[in-house]
Design a protein around this ligand. Structure first.
Ligand code: DQA
Length: 149
């Protein structure tokens, strides 16, 4: 069974409590449980990791690549806007990474408009709340179907 990594960055452990008007009221545990169920219907196993630490996120990307996961659904949080180390990590790996942002980063403060990670990802989904994660999962299943038939 192919594994997919759902990787959430800093402060996303507070989902549900953190600025619910921006990020919604659903907790990360709920999101994770739903995505796991959806992944199973596609014969995939979803592994979820969250970290507030840049280096841990890099290690998780390396490991998913080393273990030949089918892909990564990645919300890098605020690191999106300035972490060249995460850009390098995404560039260094061979599995598809889909960048997801719950909020519409383009409609917010100007420092959020730019993603330094975007050039290295397969695609980006922004502003659709928790559906963004589900859409990313759907996209990965399609990409993997194309790859493995
Ligand atoms: C976010 C957007 C980032 O700008 C912010 O720092 C986050 C969450 C989002 O999902 O909308 O932590 O990645």
């Amino acid at each position: 069974m192919k594994k997919i990594l759902l990787l959430n960055g800093p402060n996303l452990n507070l989902l549900g409590k953190r600025e619910p008007q921006v990020y919604g009221s659903e907790t990360l545990a709920h999101i994770e449980a739903r995505l796991k169920r959806i992944a199973a219907t596609y014969q995939m196993e979803l592994i979820h990791k969250q970290s507030n630490h840049e280096g841990v996120l890099i290690d998780e990307l390396h490991e998913a690549n080393q273990l030949q996961y089918g892909g990564v659904i990645f919300n890098p949080g605020a690191y999106t806007h300035y972490s060249y180390a995460l850009l390098d990590a995404v560039t260094a790996i061979n599995i598809p990474v889909i960048e997801v942002h719950l909020s519409n980063i383009h409609a917010r403060e100007s420092f959020r408009h730019h993603s330094v990670i975007a050039p290295a990802v397969k695609g980006q989904i922004v502003g659709l709340g928790v559906y963004g994660y589900e859409l990313a999962l759907l996209a990965l299943t399609k990409l993997l179907d194309e790859q493995w038939g």
